[in-house]
Design a protein around this ligand. Structure first.
Ligand SMILES: Nc1nc2c(ncn2[C@@H]2O[C@H](COP(=O)(O)OP(=O)(O)OP(=O)(O)O)[C@@H](O)[C@H]2O)c(=O)[nH]1
Length: 605
């Protein structure tokens, strides 16, 4: 039994790349969780894709044993949180499981938007926040300036900030001492009915679904029959343990403790983040506050390039879903693309991750249709149907315009933080995307600007554009603020006079013509020449709003190579053949796979 006074639960909040994972690894190493050799790879970012993209997707928690300066053995539970806006709810649950946080700020970069958003959340959870200024080894490091920024911008006292270089291992013990001294221990009642928060869940091929819990009151043990209050299911606990980061089996988890349980659960969808776990007998009657069902916000179709891969796609998607409850899918068929799936994601990064895993881990060539947000449409009464409301996930299902009374679209509030030299271009970008500025403040040489923006203007390439016009310096964070009426229309794209469903999209009437023109210009470059002339048109209803033509091909491509150079000729033919495999036929036109996403990038340069 661990005394509550010996426990500290904390998370690390940081902007992407400020060194959260490196610091976490150092803390593990210092407290002896792993040997030098085992430290070779970053421990907390344990998925391949995470490593390559350098981001943390799944929250993980490790228990560190640390003997404090007072000689007491402390149990420090360090919770790693995801670093991207798409996974904001997981972050909020992790924060709710802790009493404090380390705020890691890069000594050369200073405070950035993501830092702010997470700090405010942490403050909302009444956390004790310990500022850590990392990367003090960098020549451009300026700890004093960053301290001043933390005080000025966030309003936290930074005079006791811990200075570290996670990379070279400087200041690590100071961090541990600050955790013990400054972060309060948890409170809880061992004799009260069990209440444990489900912080995270993931699928492990050996253990099945693993659930990360934070016990609030009571005790959780092997053999206990428990109930998930929001999920409404009952399970028998078969394992209790923690990660050090290696798996350590335990007899129990008491109040204030964080660890994992397993209960022969097959799908993560049954273990919803934020749910309350209690005992079946004499359990708690009220659930913990803050449970929210996460809903996908961005939808798109995924189709196999080769129709014969459909079964493989179904299987692979099913497997991914086992491990990712926030991703949804249902079967879809399209006249042009055949059978595929309509999938829902938390955001564009989430979409890209799933798409990448399907192509990399499952070796599938996919066509992704235009991502779309969910619109709410009020339909008028017709001869055969009553007036009613529908949620539109797919532009292909856009109803007859004469029946549409009103369309509402989701809006977000975005907070952008940028050095002021890029402000002009950023304001223009937001303005072009129908943004409404709600706030603009300057601190030092930096600007913080808030905009309300329609989500459909953000889902394609807003983030990429923002990064490119600010050379990576601007940071972006957003939250959803509900639905608003919009003057929206469906824009269809016709290739050789045939509509291509996968390219149709819902756009605001005011920007439709410009978007249509861009799409046509891009497609003209992306679709190879054929033996005949191909018109490309953008249309709203029956009205063509933009048009380009791909001229007919005159010669055989190999005619360019003089007779002698056989190898070059072979290469070309080979290339053509390969290209063919990645194309879809539309009527008699072949459209390369890249065209589907590339055409959607609005590219305003
Ligand atoms: N020079 C220097 N580089 C560091 C230090 N700490 C981390 N880095 C580097 O900064 C980069 C980002 O570090 P990570 O620990 O992956 O950052 P992170 O905050 O976990 O990033 P996300 O997981 O994407 O949120 C890596 O290339 C690290 O090697 C430091 O103290 N000094």
């Amino acid at each position: 039994m661990t005394d509550l006074a010996q426990i500290r639960n904390f998370s690390i909040i940081a902007h992407i790349d400020h060194g959260k994972s490196t610091l976490a690894d150092r803390l593990i190493q210092f407290t002896g969780g792993l040997s030098e050799r085992e430290m070779s790879a970053q421990v907390l970012d344990n998925m391949d894709i995470e490593k390559e993209r350098g981001i943390t997707i799944k929250a993980q928690t490790v228990r560190l044993k640390y003997k404090g300066k007072d000689g007491v053995d402390y149990e420090l539970n360090l919770m790693d949180t995801p670093g991207h806006v798409d996974f904001a709810y997981e972050v909020s649950r992790s924060l709710a499981a802790c009493e404090g946080a380390l705020l890691v700020v890069d000594a050369a970069q200073g405070v950035e938007a993501q830092t702010l958003a997470n700090v405010y959340q942490s403050i909302e959870h009444d956390h004790e926040i310990v500022p850590v200024i990392n990367k003090i080894d960098l020549p451009a490091a300026d700890a004093e300036k960053v301290k001043a920024e933390i005080e000025e911008i966030i309003g936290l006292d930074a005079s006791d900030a811990v200075l570290t270089s996670a990379k070279s291992g400087i200041g690590i013990e100071d961090v541990l001492d600050a955790v013990v001294a400054r972060i309060p221990p948890p409170t809880g009642d061992r004799t009260a009915p069990l209440k444990a928060m489900l912080v995270d869940s993931w699928y492990d091929p050996y253990l099945g679904v693993v659930i990360l819990v934070r016990v609030i009151d009571g005790v959780i043990k092997k053999g206990l029959q428990v109930k998930f209050m929001a999920g409404g299911t009952e399970h028998l606990i078969d394992r209790v343990g923690c990660f050090t980061p290696k798996i350590e089996h335990l007899d129990e988890l008491g109040p204030g403790q964080i660890g994992f349980i397993t209960a022969q659960i097959k799908e993560v969808a049954q273990a919803k983040v934020g749910d309350t776990i209690t005992t079946v007998k004499q359990g708690a009657t009220t659930a913990l506050p803050g449970f929210k069902e996460v809903q996908p916000v961005v939808f798109c179709g995924l189709f196999p390039v080769d129709a014969a891969d459909f079964e493989k796609l179904r299987e692979s998607i099913g497997k991914l879903r086992l491990n990712d409850a926030s991703f949804s899918f249902e079967m879809e068929s399209s006249a042009a693309l055949g059978f595929g799936f309509r999938c829902g994601f938390l955001g564009l990064l989430h979409l890209e991750i799933i798409q990448e895993r399907l192509s990399r881990e499952y070796d599938l060539d996919l066509i992704t249709t235009a991502p779309s947000v969910v619109y709410r449409i009020q339909l008028r009464k017709s001869k055969t149907d009553d007036a009613r409301e529908i949620m539109l996930h797919n532009p292909a299902d856009y109803p007859d315009p004469s029946r549409i009374e009103q369309i509402d679209e989701p809006w977000i509030k975005a907070t952008i933080y940028t050095p002021d030299e890029y402000l002009g271009s950023i304001l223009k970008l937001c303005q072009d995307r129908r943004g409404i500025q709600t706030d603009l403040t300057y601190v030092g040489g930096r600007a913080q600007v808030s905009y309300e923006l329609p989500l459909n203007e953000v889902v394609f390439d807003f983030y990429d554009r923002l990064k490119s016009i600010s050379r990576g310096y601007a940071s972006f964070d957003y939250e959803q603020i509900g639905l608003r009426e919009g003057d929206l229309v469906k824009m269809s794209i016709l290739v050789n006079n045939e509509p291509v469903d996968a390219l149709s999209m819902i756009v605001h009437r005011g920007v439709a013509e410009e978007r249509g023109r861009h799409m046509c210009e891009r497609l003209k470059d992306l679709i190879p020449r054929h033996l005949f002339k191909i018109p490309i048109q953008a249309a709203i209803g029956g009205k063509v709003i933009a048009r380009e033509t791909i001229a007919a091909m005159r010669k055989d491509v190999t005619a360019k190579c003089y007779g002698g150079d056989i190898s070059r000729k072979k290469k070309l033919l080979e290339k053509q053949k390969k290209g063919k495999a990645r194309m879809r036929e539309y009527g008699n036109v072949q459209i390369p796979q890249e065209a589907f996403i590339a055409a959607l990038r609005m590219g305003e340069e």
